[in-house]
Design a protein around this ligand. Structure first.
Ligand SMILES: Cc1cc2nc3c(=O)[nH]c(=O)nc-3n(C[C@H](O)[C@H](O)[C@H](O)COP(=O)(O)OP(=O)(O)OC[C@H]3O[C@@H](n4cnc5c(N)ncnc54)[C@H](O)[C@@H]3O)c2cc1C
Length: 476
């Protein structure tokens, strides 16, 4: 059943885990000042589904209770459109700054469950049944799940088994009747302090002889032996005026260490099948479904960047300069092309071989290589439009302090009084220039793999029939 924010927080408070942050071991993230605000932002996402219940909740096929439409296995266009609306509502609550809100993994496992026959190949019927059961558990308990699909960067030019004696990448070390045991590490797991569960599934190809690295499973964050080492917290324990984004939207990123972790067999989805390890990504429709979520959030974030750029340019009057208008036009075009791609993907959706309504992934494939360039370009454009205004940003304490009259006079702008101007520039700086802003830029460059490989993939998967026929009519 769809949880409220309070129910999510209550469950998080009950559930211990091993999180390390700046040398400190944290078992309850809500008790840590650097983590509690991130949890509250996820709680807000849970509340939103109740505020928009008519739009985003649907009855669970198992229990009949209301659950979020991000868990749906779509069979109609209306399903896709409702799901997209749910992505929009979630993304808008953070301006698209939190990429790994629970809908990301909800979509992933709904897709995997909808194509469970792919998981069942080569005698893995039990793994496939486990995937379906896990999707139902996520949906009906409304879990928050993180994932970790990449092994650490030891030597990317070599297969897992040939790096660091094969010991660093996550691998299987044993098995009993009831569980498998795994050891090694994975990077990264965004949302780790705020998730109920950790999932592991494929992120790269594995050689046939390296079956012990071909694993997929999901386990509670409290599972013994699981350790999460966070990067520095970017949460600013400051006023919402000073850091409107960093004060609440740090979703954290942690390296996961599996210290001989026992995975119950009922939670193992794939064990040793190196062919399946590729197929569950290529043949389940994961790409189209995850990009439906990812580019809806990207559209929200581009719209957010456009809104900031537009307001900044109008505040300081630079909007009159044609090259500034051209830069703002670039951001608008990126947002509009993204919206158009989503519409095109939905308009071209069809029922696939699994009986699932699958977005036309071509417009998404085209965006997948471009978006890692577009969102960083927005950062650059905002800097070019705002100039040194980002540095003329006294704090809320300054604005309310002894210099408040001077600040009111000397920070006024043609398009806004001093307070509004300072708030706007502080918001935009938190977006482009704070440590959270820089992390957000890195995230957009890499979270769906890099632009270069994704553009090459778009080329590889593209239908060349019509383009080559145009040429062949002259040379054939
Ligand atoms: C902020 C952030 C949050 C993230 N959160 C998660 C998460 O929650 N879960 C998760 O699983 N992952 C997460 N990721 C990791 C993400 O999956 C990886 O960043 C992505 O797969 C790219 O891998 P990499 O970062 O290790 O870069 P690398 O693969 O090491 O690439 C580094 C550079 O080398 C080049 N390169 C590497 N290999 C090749 C190759 N074979 N051919 C050509 N060029 C190559 C790349 O193009 C790039 O320029 C996150 C990443 C970031 C930045």
């Amino acid at each position: 059943m769809a949880r409220t924010g309070q129910q999510y927080l209550d469950d998080l408070a009950r559930d211990a885990r091993e999180i390390w942050l700046d040398g400190e071991k944290i078992t309850h993230p809500l008790e840590h000042p650097q983590l509690v605000e991130g949890a509250r932002s996820i709680a807000r996402v849970y509340d939103l589904q109740h505020e928009h219940a008519d739009e985003v909740l649907f009855p669970s096929p198992l229990t009949g209770e209301p659950v979020n439409v991000s868990h749906i296995i779509p069979t109609t266009l209306a399903d896709l459109q409702r799901r997209r609306r749910s992505f929009e509502i979630t993304a808008a609550s953070t301006g698209g700054m939190m990429g790994r809100t629970p809908d990301y993994l909800n979509v992933t496992f709904a897709c995997f469950a909808g194509a469970s026959s792919v998981w069942a190949r080569r005698g893995n019927e039990q793994g496939a049944a486990n995937v379906v059961a896990y999707h139902e558990l996520m949906r009906d308990r409304d879990l928050s799940t993180t994932h970790s699909i990449m092994n650490p960067q030891v030597d990317r030019s070599k297969p897992e088994a040939d790096q660091a004696m094969g010991e660093v990448s996550l691998h299987k070390i044993g098995e009993t009747e009831s569980h498998i045991t795994v050891r090694g590490a994975r990077m990264l797991a965004t949302l780790a302090p705020f998730a109920d569960e950790l999932s592991v599934y494929p992120g790269s190809d594995i050689r046939p002889q390296d079956g012990r690295y071909a694993l997929a499973f999901a386990i509670p964050m409290s599972t013994p032996g699981l350790k999460f080492i966070c990067r520095d917290s970017y949460t600013k324990q400051r006023s919402r005026v000073d850091y409107p984004l960093s004060s609440r939207f740090d979703e954290q990123d942690a390296v996961v260490i599996f210290d001989d972790v026992e995975i119950p067999k009922s939670r193992v989805f794939l064990d040793g099948d190196t062919v399946g390890y590729s197929e569950v990504i290529s043949d389940t429709g994961w790409r189209g479904h995850i990009m439906h979520q990812a580019f809806t959030r990207a559209w929200v974030k581009l719209s957010f960047a456009f809104g900031m750029g537009h307001l900044i340019a109008n505040t300081t009057g630079v909007v009159r300069f044609d090259h500034v208008q051209e830069k703002l036009g670039q951001i608008w075009s990126m947002a509009e092309l993204t919206r158009s791609a989503i519409v095109a993907a939905e308009a071209g959706a069809r029922t696939d071989q699994h009986g699932v309504f699958y977005p036309d992934d071509r417009p998404f494939l085209a965006l997948r290589g471009e978006m890692p360039k577009w969102l960083p370009r927005c950062h650059e454009i905002l800097q070019l439009i705002g100039g040194a205004g980002f540095m003329a940003t006294p704090s809320e304490a300054d604005m309310r302090g002894p210099l408040k009259d001077e600040i009111a006079k000397y920070y006024q702008a043609g398009g806004a009084d001093a307070e509004r101007r300072i708030k706007l520039f502080r918001l935009a700086w938190d977006y482009v220039g704070s440590d959270l802003g820089s992390r957000s830029e890195l995230y957009e460059r890499f979270y769906l793999s890099d632009s270069w490989r994704m553009t090459a993939l778009a080329y590889t998967l593209s239908d060349k029939t019509f383009p080559t026929s145009l040429v062949e009519q002259f040379i054939g």
